[in-house]
Design a protein around this ligand. Structure first.
Ligand SMILES: [Zn+2]
Length: 395
């Protein structure tokens, strides 16, 4: 599952055609009695300052909590409003909000959304006569000499995949918090915070195994950007150290160590789960200013590894990865922890393939459930991202 580009407000675009229009991408990550829902609202019309999204469920879904928004629910009718800090949405910009909900029986997605009263059809409805010519979305072109040489049978599927990303991402080329951006900002290392959404205790040994397994799985993606010991297409890092710098729990007594090797955050809840201090988090401080973080930048975390009791499946985005606690702990010695690999893929920027299959004849890890390890096709999707982004780093 993708919680795509879960930034707050991503700025882009051309203000002030006097038109209204929107697109809503609705995804869920569900278990037997509940789900996390995610809506990415793309404003296709004039810039707005203040938004109200409305939709109806067909079943008994009941929202219990939301973030990046406030919610009200009356029967099956849901209203999500901006949270203040994300009220302003420029033309072609997106805003993401999420929520937790319960349900029983089916969990059908809503079929219609309105934004500020206007149906979200993916098209624009002029509210006054447009006075400017619509412009096409920005594109970037890899530089001349780009060594794009995937296996021949993947050339067209990769091109179709990139086109699909251009069509479905709110701000593919402007978004600045892909894992690529995070690695480059941190000079080739990544810090993690573990969000332990569990009642279980953790020994020092388990703590260390959790980091070791995370390092190994993370490096499997990094390896795709290297070829024979050399970075592909100027990719600069062969190894990326992954360090867990913080643990977030409900109760300090769950952590059965007394050393100070990691920062410990107790009962700071967000989205119903313990979190490490936001002033230390990259997601909250994409400008790299960690001056509010106790201990300073050295104690910052780029990603969260959010481990949830009883969860099947997962979620991933620029904030990190969320997977089941039992699944992950049970897979620590596995060569490929494939749900984690899939979710880390989202953090790099790779998409899901529920709505579109560029390669029907083959499985790959980003096509959920179709492969248990990173495949050659996954590798070239990642490289395609890199070649499109690398000029932002002067490479
Ligand atoms: Zn996914």
């Amino acid at each position: 599952m993708l919680l795509a580009a879960a930034g707050f407000v991503m700025l882009a675009g051309n203000p002030a055609d006097a038109a209204a229009g929107c697109r809503v991408d609705y995804t869920v990550n569900q278990w037997s009695t509940g789900f996390t829902g995610n809506v990415t609202i793309t404003n296709l019309g004039s810039a707005i300052n203040g938004w109200t999204l409305q939709f109806d469920y067909a079943g008994n879904q009941q929202i219990t909590q939301s973030w990046n928004s406030t919610y009200t629910q009356s029967g099956q009718h849901v209203t999500l409003r901006d949270a203040g800090y994300n009220a302003a949405v420029a033309t072609n910009a997106s805003v993401t909000a999420g929520f937790n909900a319960t349900y029983s029986g089916g969990n059908a997605a809503p079929t219609a959304f309105t934004l500020n009263g206007v149906a979200c059809t993916g098209a624009t409805t002029p509210t006054t006569s447009p006075t400017t010519t619509p412009t096409t979305a920005p594109t970037t072109t890899p530089p001349t000499g780009d060594p794009w040489n995937p296996p021949a049978q993947y050339v067209t599927p990769l091109a179709n995949t990139w086109k699909h990303q251009e069509d479905t991402y709110g701000d593919l080329y402007g978004f600045r918090n892909y894992l690529f951006d995070q690695v480059m900002a941190a000079n080739g290392s990544i810090n993690y915070c573990v969000r332990w959404e569990s009642t279980a205790t953790v020994t020092a040994t388990l703590r260390d195994q959790i980091q070791t397994a995370l390092q190994r799985q993370f490096q499997k993606w990094v390896d795709q950007l290297n070829e024979n010991g050399t970075g592909w297409n100027n990719w600069p890092y062969k190894q990326i150290p992954v360090k867990v710098v913080g643990w977030a729990v409900r109760d300090r007594s769950q952590l059965q160590w007394s050393d100070s090797s990691v920062d410990i955050y107790v009962n700071d809840l967000n989205e119903g789960a313990p979190q490490c201090s936001p002033p230390c988090g990259r997601f909250f401080h994409q400008d790299g200013n960690y001056s509010g973080c106790p201990g300073g930048a050295a104690h910052h975390y780029d990603m969260s590894l959010w481990l949830t009791d009883g969860m099947t499946g997962g979620a991933g985005g620029d904030w990190g990865q969320r997977i089941g606690k039992e699944y992950y702990v049970g897979a620590l010695s596995s060569e490929n922890i494939h749900i984690l690999l899939h979710e880390i893929g989202h953090s790099w920027g790779l998409n899901d393939f529920y709505d579109f299959d560029p390669l029907p004849s083959e499985g790959f890890v980003m096509k959920a459930g179709s492969a248990t390890q990173i495949t050659v096709f996954d590798k070239w999707m990642l490289r395609d991202f890199w070649r499109h982004l690398k000029n932002r780093y002067g490479l």
